[in-house]
Write a protein that binds this ligand. Structure first.
Ligand code: BG6
Length: 489
């Protein structure tokens, strides 16, 4: 079955994972600039820049900042009609609370969007992909402070006004629900810019999973982010009524491990908390009843919800629901069940699924299930899969080629899964694979965890000349797009 002619095909990146140039043209420090690399068994570590000898991968990343023309031309060669990227907040407001935006930062994204237009590629822009300015972390404790709402809305408004004729599709916060995934304070740091003072002042690297986490502060900060997102959506529509503004959820679909009713109920509760809560707030414009039960059971004081916030949430519901889909987990009450982790989530091992070298369980059928379930849950808005992909070690042959059949084998059934969902009437409007070009891993900080159709010569020891080359999957994805998804051979 062919995908619709106007289906948005492309790839997705984040500024902090590809741009580099971390202090160039007036950019201020942001959260990812404080992160070192990890490896296959360990998430990356956090170290506020105090060690000039340490290797911070995002400082140079893959140098997209200087090579965006070459990269966008390669995306165009594959036939992309959409390119998801983030604006790196600290390029626009280096300290987060500056009176005026940084013109050089604004100009950079003008150039990137113009380059996209040249190739008939529609940009899809994430306003915040873990890129909270570091000064907001230290001065305001990220989104824990209500003042940060205004800082974000001012930043978003600046982008909307500047790019209103260049960008139609926007996302507010990347994977806003990672705060609920409970892996130490990673979600707090990445998603909310919330770090405890003790960790901010660290002089030795801290494993991200060991970062402190306080649920009361987390829910306060998350609420402020919901309000910031809603105000942003409302303001965006005032600036350009044609804007399509979405949320973005890390959807780690969950199944009960067994038919034991206790597993079913545990799965439902966990799924509501991890996957549904944030989407329900952003799509329906109100807090769902089940979360108040969670607040009650966990002694969360809800006084962070101020008078008038309910109106703001209602007025700022999103136009589309977008999500990342990499893997699924099982949930059980059996404490002895074998555990797996992936994309900042935990769950029980599914005996029917294989996993990547990083333990992320591969489940294409689950994508059809997820799309159908989301279309039922939010029937009135379109859906978009804005991240999906396979992190793998690649081997470069002597002639420079990369035979990444394993990556093609990952994508093929996921694309078929979307076809099935479309056939069932799911309003899916686009698909951007994660990391169409190799970049820095968010979870481990590795270069060696590669997602790209395009290989980048850059390595975890800091070597490599940043040159780009086409992997086998490049030619495959090009064929897929050219055939509207009918040729997956
Ligand atoms: C998503 C993030 O969670 O997964 C991306 O939005 C991230 O930023 C991607 O890179 C893949 O995760 P990882 O840890 O393999 O980079």
């Amino acid at each position: 079955m062919a995908f619709p002619k106007n289906f948005l095909w492309g790839g997705a990146v984040a500024g902090n994972q590809c741009e580099g140039a971390y202090l160039e043209d007036g950019k201020g420090l942001s959260v990812p600039d404080m992160l070192l690399g990890g490896d296959v068994d360990h998430p990356r570590t956090f170290l506020p820049v105090t060690d000039p000898t340490a290797f911070y991968p995002s400082h140079e990343a893959i140098d997209f900042y200087h090579r965006y023309k070459e990269d966008i031309a390669l995306f165009a060669e594959m036939g992309f009609t959409c390119f998801r990227l983030s604006i790196n907040w600290g390029r626009i407001f280096p300290n987060g609370d500056d009176a005026e935006p940084n013109e050089a930062g604004l100009k950079f994204y003008d150039n990137v969007f113009d380059e996209c237009k040249k190739h008939n590629i529609e940009p899809l822009v994430t306003l915040c992909h873990y890129e909270i300015p570091w000064a907001i972390v230290t001065k305001y404790h990220g989104f824990y402070s209500r003042e940060t709402i205004d800082l974000f809305v001012k930043y978003a408004e600046t982008c909307f006004i500047r790019y209103k004729d260049k960008v139609k599709y926007w996302l507010t916060f990347n994977e806003i629900n990672i705060a609920c995934m409970g892996e130490g304070g990673i979600g707090n740091l990445y998603g909310l810019g919330l770090v405890e003072d003790e960790d901010i002042n660290a002089t030795d690297p801290i494993l991200l999973t060991d970062l402190k986490s306080d649920p009361q502060k987390m829910f306060t900060a998350l609420h402020h982010e919901f309000i910031a997102s809603a105000l942003t959506v409302k303001r965006g529509h005032e600036i350009n009524p044609d804007f399509v503004i979405g949320n973005m959820i890390a959807h780690v679909t969950e199944y009960p491990l067994t038919p034991n009713p206790l597993d079913i109920v545990a799965c439902q509760n966990h799924d509501n908390y991890v996957n549904n809560f944030c989407g329900d707030v952003q799509v329906r414009g109100e807090y769902p009843a089940y979360i108040f039960k969670h607040f009650k059971d966990n002694g969360i004081d809800t006084s962070f919800i101020r008078e008038g916030d309910d109106k703001i949430l209602k007025e700022g519901v999103v136009d589309m629901y977008t999500f990342s889909y990499y893997q699924t987990n099982c949930i059980t009450v059996d404490e002895n069940a074998e555990q797996v982790a992936g994309n900042m989530s935990h769950g029980a091992k599914n005996p029917y699924l294989k996993a990547s070298d990083w333990g992320w369980q591969i489940d294409p059928e689950g994508l059809t299930y997820t799309l159908q379930m989301l279309a039922d849950r939010y029937p009135h808005i379109p859906l978009m899969v804005v991240e999906n992909g396979f992190g793998a070690f690649d081997k470069v042959e002597e002639d420079g080629s990369v035979h990444d059949d394993y990556r093609i084998d990952y994508f093929r059934p996921h694309i078929q899964a979307m076809q099935k969902a479309l056939d069932q009437g799911v309003p899916l409007i686009g698909y951007t694979t994660w990391g169409p070009i190799d970049l820095v891993s968010a979870g481990t900080g590795q270069y060696a965890k590669r997602y790209g159709f395009i290989y980048v010569d850059r390595h975890d020891d800091g070597t490599g000349d940043f040159s780009r080359s086409r992997k086998d999957s490049f030619f495959w994805y090009k064929k897929v797009i050219a055939s509207d998804g009918t040729d997956l051979s």
